[in-house]
Design a protein around this ligand. Structure first.
Ligand SMILES: *Cc1c(COP(=O)(O)O)cnc(C)c1O
Length: 428
């Protein structure tokens, strides 16, 4: 029998962990399977508990841009271990990482470390509210900013209305002050500002959306947000938890030439350890305790082992040609997939930028949540299952990004394409 150990572990897990997993998407429900348990990862590969080997496109949901268990990072972390791994006091490491981040993303004049992307976005939101003295916020449908209450909100019925809770336990009055607009829709944002004069603290956006699958900003969208926020004395928050140091050494804001007031980071800056960060304009960030009245703290914030992992990861990413290499590899794979599907006449759309991409099972352009949702998720589930059988580990949901790491080789790409030929053959 296959996956014996994974099955056994899952049965045990369900007895002590809700749904057997510590983050819902890991449960593989959207693709109709039981989760595989991972025993180790090296380079571009993950190994399951039963000895299966897979080319990894999940990348721990983004952080593992160097590939798994990178030697340089491992060495740095081993050295750090012997010095102890948490002091609850200031260290040089956190200064060095903050400097690196601020240098690469100049809009982040002051940087505060936290332990997850959720915490970064939640804190940035509090800062925006504290700084502006306003309560309402605008987010975009399909963008994810972690699981803080204010963000677990979906659009109410009717295109532009108050938000409604997207999770039980989110208070309705809180959801009502989160306004939701379609991604890439500047008009909707203008309307919301018009309807809520001097009440909106901030607009928060993923400069490239990665949590409804990869969706790119249309020409002028991000610039337009910058302008609208500026005209309304609201802050613009870029949630670059995925895009930061993934698209480029620095933030996506450099690519799109937009200067947000605040930026959230996570994933790559921790290199796979629990790290988040938020930062921005000095004047805004100086409102945070101990300098100002906005409270935010963390027992493990700036954890030395996590900082070491982040620093070692960014060091390697500073090498010349790294992002070019990632992009070329990704473009090669996406081109290969395009060729395959066009031969078969299959209706798919591939959105790609840098080393992130999504293959959507829809024939129409995907530019927001509504158009992403037109994808045939049954087809995706079948595709996922076939690919997994063939040794390719894709994200277990249509609405996620695939990531390529520096450890992915041409051979990996070839093998992935071979698997895709068979998977698509079986499907169509
Ligand atoms: C992953 C993610 C988060 C949340 O980060 P966690 O570390 O999972 O809390 C926030 N924003 C974006 C854009 C993300 O992709």
């Amino acid at each position: 029998m296959k996956n014996v150990k994974s099955k056994r572990l899952f049965a045990e897990a369900k007895k002590v962990i809700p749904g057997g997993v510590n983050s819902p998407v890991r449960a593989f429900r959207a693709v109709g399977l039981e989760p595989l348990f991972v025993s180790k990862a090296r380079g571009s590969k993950v190994y399951d508990a039963d000895g299966g080997i897979y080319i990894d496109y999940v990348s721990s949901w983004g952080p593992m841009i160097l590939g798994h268990a990178n030697r340089h990072v491992r060495k740095a972390m081993s050295r750090a271990l012997s010095r102890g791994w948490s002091y609850g006091a200031a260290t040089e490491l956190e200064v060095r990482l903050a400097q690196k981040i601020s240098k690469a993303i100049p809009s982040m004049e002051l940087v505060r470390m936290v332990s997850s992307g959720t915490e970064a976005a939640m804190s940035a939101l509090r800062v925006a509210r504290g700084f502006t003295g306003r309560d309402k916020i605008i987010k975009f449908e399909g963008c994810y900013h972690g699981h803080a209450d204010s963000f677990l909100v979906k659009a109410g019925s009717g295109a532009i209305t108050f938000g409604v809770p997207d999770s039980a336990g989110v208070p309705q009055p809180l959801a009502a002050i989160t306004l939701v607009a379609p991604y890439n829709d500047l008009e909707a944002v203008s309307t919301l500002f018009h309807q809520n004069p001097s009440q909106i603290a901030c607009v928060i956006v993923e400069p490239v959306a990665g949590n409804m699958g990869v969706v790119l900003p249309r020409q002028g969208f991000l610039k337009g947000l910058e302008e609208i926020c500026h005209n309304n004395s609201a802050l613009l928050i870029f949630d670059e938890v995925i895009t930061g140091f993934r698209l480029i050494y620095g933030g996506g804001q450099k690519i799109f030439d937009v200067t947000p007031d605040l930026t959230c980071l996570g994933k790559v800056i921790g290199g796979g350890m629990p790290v988040g960060a938020y930062g921005g304009r000095r004047e805004v960030m100086e409102k945070i305790a101990p300098l100002g009245p906005i409270y935010q703290a963390g027992t493990l914030s700036g954890n030395p082992l996590a900082m070491t992992c982040g620093l070692a990861t960014l060091e390697l990413l500073q090498q010349k040609g790294v992002y070019k290499k990632l992009e070329l590899m990704t473009k090669g794979l996406c081109q290969g997939l395009e060729d395959l599907v066009s031969q078969k006449g299959v209706q798919v759309r591939i959105n790609q930028i840098g080393s992130m991409f999504t293959l959507f099972f829809t024939g129409e352009e995907v530019f927001d949540y509504g158009s992403a949702k037109k994808s045939d998720t049954n087809q995706y589930a079948k595709y996922f299952q076939r690919m997994l059988q063939a040794g390719v580990w894709l994200p277990p949901s249509q609405f996620e990004a695939c990531f390529i790491s520096l450890a992915h080789s041409r051979k990996d790409v070839e093998n992935t394409l071979k698997a895709a030929v068979d998977a698509l053959d079986a499907l169509f």
